[in-house]
Design a protein around this ligand. Structure first.
Ligand code: FE2
Length: 151
């Protein structure tokens, strides 16, 4: 009977679902980068936050196109409010988790995809690896009282 056949995992649908989750993750924080950059204790840290924000916008654009190409739905952005009062260390600990989750979504989707789609996703996954290192550097700099300049 057709009704009792187990649903086959379709790699394209799985990849699309992962990318929809990646996009939701980006949108939840994407609007906060400009303000967060202004709140950083040094120009060097502010610049790192700007880079994270610019890449986030670029990733959201690329992933939106890829989701559409895979037949996915348009995402309605959800924005998470910034915590108040704002604790920068706590915020960047959460940022680190977001970057790691982003890496997981993009690299898992890349493994399910092929051709040009897979190569776009691997590029984004590489950039998420870099964001993880950059976020760890921001956290390390925030941990050094009195020496806000990491360079
Ligand atoms: Fe990122």
């Amino acid at each position: 009977m057709l009704d009792s056949e187990p649903a086959q995992a379709d790699p394209q649908s799985e990849a699309r679902e992962l990318l929809e989750r990646a996009l939701d993750l980006e949108y939840r924080f994407i609007f906060h980068y400009p303000r967060l950059s202004r709140l950083m204790p040094s120009p060097a840290l502010a610049q790192r936050v700007q880079v994270l924000g610019q890449d986030s916008v670029r990733h959201a654009e690329v992933v939106t196109r890829l989701v559409a190409a895979l037949g996915g739905r348009a995402i309605v952005p959800t924005v998470d409010p910034l915590p108040a009062p704002l604790d920068l260390k706590d915020l960047f600990c959460r940022q680190l988790e977001r970057e790691k989750l982003g890496l997981y979504f993009h690299s898992t989707a890349a493994n399910l995809a092929s051709g040009e789609l897979a190569s776009h996703l691997r590029q984004i996954a590489d950039q998420e690896q870099w964001h993880i290192r950059m976020t760890e550097e921001i956290l390390a700099a925030l941990d050094k009282p009195g020496s806000p300049h990491p360079e």
